[in-house]
Design a protein around this ligand. Structure first.
Ligand code: 5GP
Ligand code: MG
Length: 191
């Protein structure tokens, strides 16, 4: 298990899956991979918030290309009674992306439902190209076939928090990525 740093929220983790140091190293490399793939082209980044906020902020500073940034918000209805529903777009694009090179960024690729909906939506807007990037990939959980072009880390089928990923809106500020202790995964006061 990677060594945890002295951040108080670490005490709530059962396991650290990706340390702060590993994230920093991988994000730097991903930035270089993305820059190499786009050459000198301008990139229109579409980030799925809130989860991808921290990853996007760090990643963009590793990509020297000209960049335009837009954010969209999706309701995925995880863990509630509507969980079989299609992810809904809550906040749409503000930039025109037609004929632009679009890079879609999310925190984690799980069932694939979110990406399939967003990718369909973006394709309809006629971008010059569309590539996708996720920090984490839980390949074993896929329900809709989808592979991202750029992936930070493959992780096992565990519910993770930290570095943008939340549990009931907490833990996004944790600098590493880990699994919560079982007794913290359903505290009634957070319902
Ligand atoms: P998908 O539509 O691929 O099933 O799910 C993607 C979304 O579900 C992610 O953007 C993220 O918001 C959420 N998600 C999936 N797995 C996890 C996880 O392990 N931890 C957290 N915090 N969110 C997750
Ligand atoms: Mg998300």
């Amino acid at each position: 298990m990677p060594k945890a740093t002295s951040f108080p929220l670490h005490a709530d983790l059962e396991t650290v899956l990706v340390s702060e140091t590993e994230i920093k190293k991988r994000v730097k490399k991903l930035g270089a991979e993305i820059a190499a793939s786009y050459g000198n082209e301008e990139i229109t980044v579409v980030s799925i918030i809130n989860g991808a906020i921290l990853f996007t902020a760090d990643l963009l500073r590793e990509i020297p290309n000209p960049i335009r940034l837009d954010c969209i918000r999706i309701a995925s209805y995880r863990n509630d009674t509507k969980s079989h529903g299609k992810p809904q777009l809550l906040q749409s694009l503000t930039l025109d992306i037609s004929n632009r090179h679009v890079l879609l960024i999310d925190d984690i690729l799980d069932t694939g439902k979110t990406f399939s909906v967003v990718v369909d939506m973006i394709r309809k807007l006629n971008p010059a190209s569309l590539r996708t990037c996720v920090l984490l990939d839980k390949r074993g959980r896929r329900e809709v076939e989808f592979e991202a072009d750029f992936v930070g880390f493959q992780i096992p089928d565990k519910f993770v928090v930290g570095y943008g990923l939340d549990f009931a809106e907490r833990y996004r500020n944790l600098p590493c990525i880990g699994v919560l202790k079982p007794n913290l995964q359903n505290p009634p006061e957070w319902a």
